[in-house]
Design a protein. Structure first.
Lengths: 408, 307
């Protein structure tokens, strides 16, 4: 099938047209989505392709971000490089730090490797506030995008195109990397390291190289972030950043090429859309992650690719009679769960608790309805929706299992 | 001299506390081969449950009930989450426990807010155990140490002197063989997971009152506990005990030490150069105290060869 080039072309066209399609606040979200997508792709080169789990990618993202801010401020604000080329500074610092960190951490594998990456990132995060000159202390470092090459870089549209250019370039390079022998060897590193060693490859050097490339693209993502917000803060080195990129990538699916990017873009999009409504987006993200890891181990995109690529044996296809009630059950349960969490969040908030301590239990307006926290109905309705949805899914699963048993 | 004595005593008690949390973790690690990221979350849950129960039941019932609640949560996680993903491999299990740790931390923030809660030592226990050169030593610290020692003795006797202990140990070292001999190994796994969670919960319930109880306490402790498990050797209780004490004492002594990297260079005559470099060179070691766990973690994971 020659469908893929057309799909890619279509996607690029849509991305190019986005500034005309969406509002300015959405355009900002689009920039964030692109950056998150690139960061997730860089993370997944290491975790998906090469099978090395990193809990500390915030370090390389943050270093890239700080390098770019310093490059922007260099020569009294003239900038080390013209604005469009500034991300190279972030990528370079990412690469160098990746070589160093990768050299140490890839000496160990598995859980040990994961813990070393975590320790390195946390070490940097704990040190950063003490190094005021480099990381700007509590306030961080701010900067300014200089006009270059006839562009002012004052508007979100120009920043969007700059980000889009770098993200597409980086994803293209990552794709080409997968076609090279090095990319194939990364897969080998994941599948069977011992065998690679027997074949005569230097596994440690290979691991370091993949780690460094991953850190380089993470640094690039950090650089784009700095260019976008014209500042860098040591909050970018926090555990939170490493956590979010990990959750995003695995929700999308780290073993299909664009899975992490799609996962990250979707999660960032929902995070942006719901940021006015809920303050606990990370909780939802965590719950989605755990559910995905348990029930869709290949990730959402990975599972879709698997379903529709026709690789499944006959008889294992999708049955509409099973899929529809299952989806309905999931939807009902999700609705119940979301209402429950949002109600809890509002009741447990500081303001509300202060009121409740005074003996008042004002009603809560949410989703266009008002909820009485005192009445059992408020809690029973979402709880029963959650239970009903789960029961529906379990019932369908049981019937499907019985049918498979009967046909086997 | 008294300073060092206090530092040693504090370090020992902190080490005993670390042991309470890492005991369960090391058994689970030895048994399932998975480093349970959510284990330190059990510690945090123990503290928050005790904090919630304390006004309702009083202090003593609270520190008994909260580990039981935590154990129930641990059992549910093992039975319904970890067992499901076991066949996807260890990396997958690690990720699931990581996700669970994130969810627990976020739920704690949802219910209790993203700030420390007022969980205090009960007044009947906050008195000085003894006074040395004018400094009162809180009785509660000794109490924490005593709880940990009692726990260690109980687990040790359970594992080495009872029939249940023999089955558990065999399930840890040779799960397939234990299963072939007719023992219910999944049940043993679930039980050990639950007891490990309860121990962490007990540590949280007891220590949360003395140290702070906040949503970040899990991550702060997790790092130290991982080091303990690796340095102590997988699945080895005695090793975990030694490593806990070592790390507790190191941690407590380092806070008192006050020299910088530049001073070390000063010994070999490069003091002026180091001073002119500034930055890392002139930072006092005591201001590094927050980074010490991560240094230990790096050293621990980097130096200890795979068991």
């Amino acid at each position: 099938m020659k469908l893929r080039p057309f799909l890619i072309l279509l996607a690029v066209m849509v991305l190019l047209a986005i500034p005309w399609l969406v509002s300015s606040s959405m355009l900002n979200a689009a920039i964030q989505m692109l950056i998150a997508a690139l960061f997730a792709m860089a993370f997944s080169l290491l975790c998906g392709q090469a099978g090395m789990l990193s809990f500390g990618h915030a370090a390389y993202f943050g270093l890239g971000a700080f390098a770019t801010v310093h490059a922007m401020n260099a020569f009294n604000g003239e900038g080390l490089l013209p604005t469009p080329l500034l991300p190279l500074a972030g990528a370079a610092v990412g690469l160098v730090s990746g070589v160093v960190a990768g050299y140490f951490s890839t000496k160990r594998t598995g859980v040990y490797f994961a813990m070393i990456t975590l320790a390195l990132a946390e070490l940097l995060h704990a040190l950063a506030p003490h190094l005021k000159g480099t990381f700007g202390g509590e306030a961080g470092i701010s900067s300014f995008r200089m006009p270059a090459w006839g562009f002012g870089f004052g508007t979100a549209i120009e920043v969007y195109y700059l980000t889009l250019f770098w993200v597409l370039l980086a994803i293209g390079l990552l794709y080409l990397l997968m076609l090279t022998p090095l990319g194939r060897l990364a897969l080998g590193l994941r599948e069977n390291q011992r065998r690679l060693r027997f074949l005569g490859y230097n596994v440690h050097a290979l691991g370091t190289l993949i780690f460094a490339i991953s850190a380089m693209f993470s640094g690039l993502a950090g650089a784009l972030q700095s260019l976008n917000i014209e500042a860098a803060n040591y909050a970018e080195l926090e555990t939170h950043v490493s956590t979010v990129v990990l959750l995003n990538s695995f929700i999308g699916g780290v073993r299909v090429f664009l899975g992490p990017a799609i996962g990250a873009a979707l999660m960032t999009f929902f995070g942006h859309v719901t940021s006015d409504v809920t303050r606990v987006w990370l909780l939802y993200q965590g719950i989605i992650f755990v559910l995905v890891m348990m029930f869709l181990p290949r990730g959402i995109v990975g599972e879709l690719v698997e379903r529709f690529s026709g690789k499944r044996p006959a008889g294992e296809g999708i049955r509409l009679s099973e899929m529809l009630p299952r989806l309905a059950g999931i939807a009902v349960a999700a609705l119940g769960g979301v209402v429950l969490i949002e109600l809890l969040q509002r009741v447990m908030s500081r303001d509300y608790r202060a009121l409740a301590a005074g003996g008042q239990w004002p009603e809560i307006t949410m989703m266009g309805l008002s909820w009485q926290p005192g009445s059992p109905l408020t809690w029973l309705v979402p709880l029963s929706a959650l239970a009903l949805g789960l029961a529906l899914v379990l019932g369908v699963n049981r019937r499907a299992a019985a049918r498979r048993e009967a046909t086997a | 001299m008294d300073q060092i004595f206090f530092a040693l005593l504090n370090g020992t008690i902190y080490g005993l506390l670390l042991f309470m949390v890492s005991a369960g973790l090391t058994l689970i690690f030895g048994m399932m081969g998975v480093l349970n990221f959510a284990h330190a979350s059990f510690y945090m849950l123990g503290a928050y449950f005790a904090y919630t129960l304390q006004p309702l039941t009083g202090f003593w019932p609270a520190i008994v009930l909260s580990p039981l609640l935590v154990a129930a949560i641990g059992v549910v996680i093992e039975r319904y989450a970890l067992r499901r993903v076991h066949h996807f491999g260890h990396a997958h299990e690690l990720l699931v426990t990581f996700g669970i740790a994130v969810v627990i931390a976020e739920l704690v923030k949802l219910f209790y807010g993203n700030y420390p809660v007022e969980y205090r030592v009960p007044t009947e226990l906050s008195f000085a155990a003894f006074t040395l050169s004018g400094i009162d030593y809180p009785f509660y610290r000794l109490f924490m140490g005593a709880v940990a020692v009692a726990m260690f003795a109980a687990i040790y006797l359970l594992l080495t002197r009872t029939r249940v202990g023999i089955v558990v140990r065999s399930a840890i070292y040779r799960p397939a063989m234990a299963e072939a001999l007719g023992h219910n190994v999944p049940l043993v796994f679930m039980g050990v997971f639950g007891i490990g969670a309860a121990l962490a919960g007990l540590a949280g319930a007891v220590a949360g009152a003395f140290y702070t109880t906040n949503p970040n306490m899990a991550l702060d402790l997790a790092v130290l506990v991982f080091v303990v498990v690796v340095v102590g050797g997988l699945g080895s209780l005695g090793g975990a005990m030694l490593a806990s004490l070592l790390i507790g004492i190191t941690n407590s002594l380092a806070v008192g030490v006050n020299f910088s990297l530049g001073d070390i260079f000063g010994i070999v005559g490069l003091g002026e150069w180091a001073g002119s470099v500034g930055g890392v060179m002139t930072m006092r070691l005591s201001s590094f105290a927050a980074t010490l766990p991560f240094f230990l973690m790096l050293l621990g994971f980097w130096c200890v060869r795979r068991a």
